[in-house]
Design a protein around this ligand. Structure first.
Ligand code: SDX
Length: 429
């Protein structure tokens, strides 16, 4: 709390509301007493000016293009850390020492297998089901298999559920992929690191030895780190809202998976690659830029723009560099999709429409190029995003559940429907 107040004058009444400051970033006006004092609600569809909670996990400065996980800049973590270490950091708030990291890594590895009955659960899906449809169903179904970690009032169960989510998401995702391509499921291996284990579960087959390429595994690990958390984005807010009703953690994460699937959010990585392929060649870019600017055309440049970043998304910068490295390593030179992406970025960033609206490439603009080069179909791109984001969702969920001020989320509305009226019998209508 600060000694600053915000004054709101309505008619001949002046109402004062306390101003609160965080450790960094914008102050907030505490309007929790607004309705009681004034009989009015605030109106903010899309929450463009609303802080829905306080949190100590991730901070974004949209103007500076800065992203901090528990205070550590994403570019430093991308260069020096690992996804498992970032999971520990997001969950517990501090970087682990060697012993803590080794112990955490071992505990996560020991929870990577899923209940054998889950294999039959997949059998109910059509083979051509979108893997995100499978993820939404299977993650929600985890509550049907792990009853001993659904009591959210028990901190030990909350801890086990968090570890289970982080550990099992790669296995569930890899099984969704294997099921969609008609290959047998591959069990996790505790001798492989998180990213290598995931690649092994996705791409190894019983017929031959599969060697994980360490550079590809490092790129995969980096992609997981870049997607791990991102403040109160749509899917994280969904997880928090679901969790505010004391729903079990698996149901909350399933709600986050469902929200992430939307092309305006996590589904943008799949949509962005499809868009780059539809553009096809650099000479067709102006046609698509014109469509993106045409208000009568619903087309948007997928992978461009962001509610918070009004400068470069720092994750996109790292992703662009990694895309080039992975393609070079794989000997994929002159990749037409990367060429279109780079040309599109250059043209858009010189166009007044994008400059005025501060539209820059976001995390989803380049990720698809890397994921396709690694061997994933576009339908798996958002699945990978959900694997990476699980630690962010579960960390934010744990923070909320542990908050003594927790209340069920219940927004109000501006009603513009019919006022009260009497029923009309059908023969009188
Ligand atoms: C993610 O919130 C997070 O943190 C999300 C995320 C995370 O890690 O969790 O970062 C992950 O979801 C990244 C965003 C992925 N989505 C896309 O790439 C889809 C394309 N982008 C847009 O749909 C849009 O930019 C949003 C949804 C990302 C942001 O939308 P806003 O903040 O509601 O902004 P807006 O739609 O009000 O746009 C402002 C203006 C509008 O034009 P005007 O009405 O002012 O004339 O910019 C235009 C929009 O039409 N605009 C675009 C555009 N994005 C915004 N025009 C063309 N192409 C675009 N991509």
């Amino acid at each position: 709390m600060t000694d600053k107040v915000a004054k709101l004058v309505i008619g001949d009444q002046t109402h004062e509301f306390p101003v609160m400051s965080g450790s960094v970033g914008p102050d907030v006006i505490d309007i929790r007493t607004l309705y009681a004092k004034t009989g009015m609600f605030t109106y903010d569809p899309g929450f463009t000016s609303t802080a829905a909670c306080d949190s100590a996990i991730t901070y974004i400065d949209g103007d500076k293009g800065e992203l901090l996980y528990r205070g550590y800049p994403i570019d430093q973590l991308s260069e020096k850390s690992s996804y498992v270490e970032v999971c520990y950091l997001l969950l517990y708030g501090e970087l682990p020492n060697k012993t803590q990291l080794a112990e955490f890594d071992k505990v996560v590895s020991r929870h990577t297998m899923v209940h054998e009955q889950m294999h039959y659960f997949y059998r109910g899906f059509r083979r051509d089901a979108h893997p995100m449809a499978i993820m939404t169903g299977v993650v929600g179904a985890m509550a049907a298999f792990y009853h001993d970690s659904t009591d959210i009032s028990d901190s030990r169960q909350r801890e086990i559920a968090s570890i289970r989510m982080i550990a099992k998401m790669p296995t569930i995702a890899a099984m969704a992929y294997k099921y969609s391509v008609g290959q047998p499921f591959v069990y996790p291996r505790n001798d492989l690191d998180y990213a290598s284990n995931f690649l092994h579960m996705c791409f190894s087959v019983p017929a031959e030895e599969y060697k994980v390429n360490p550079t590809i595994a490092k790129a995969m690990d980096l992609i997981f780190t870049l997607h791990a958390d991102h403040e109160q984005n749509a899917s994280t807010s969904t997880v928090r809202l679901a969790g505010s009703s004391d729903a079990n953690p698996f149901a909350c994460i399933a709600a986050g998976v469902a929200c992430l699937w939307g092309p305006a959010h996590g589904g943008a990585n799949e949509a962005a690659l499809n868009m780059l392929k539809e553009i096809g060649t650099v000479d067709r870019i102006p046609e698509f830029i014109a469509r993106a600017k045409d208000k009568s055309d619903p087309f948007k440049l997928m992978g461009f723009g962001h509610r918070v970043y009004k400068n470069f998304d720092p994750r996109a910068t790292v992703m662009q560099k990694t895309a080039k490295e992975v393609l070079d390593l794989l000997g994929v030179h002159d990749n037409p999709t990367l060429q279109v992406a780079q040309a599109l970025e250059k043209i858009a960033l010189e166009d007044p429409y994008f400059i005025e609206r501060k539209l820059y490439p976001n995390v989803d603009f380049y990720s698809g190029i890397i994921l396709e080069a690694i061997g994933f179909p576009t339908s798996m791109f958002t699945v990978l995003f959900s694997v990476a984001r699980t630690v962010g969702w579960i960390s934010q969920w744990k923070e909320m559940i542990g908050d003594p001020q927790k209340k069920i989320g219940r927004p109000r509305q501006l009603y513009n429907g019919a006022p009260a009226r009497d029923y009309i019998p059908v023969d009188k209508r």
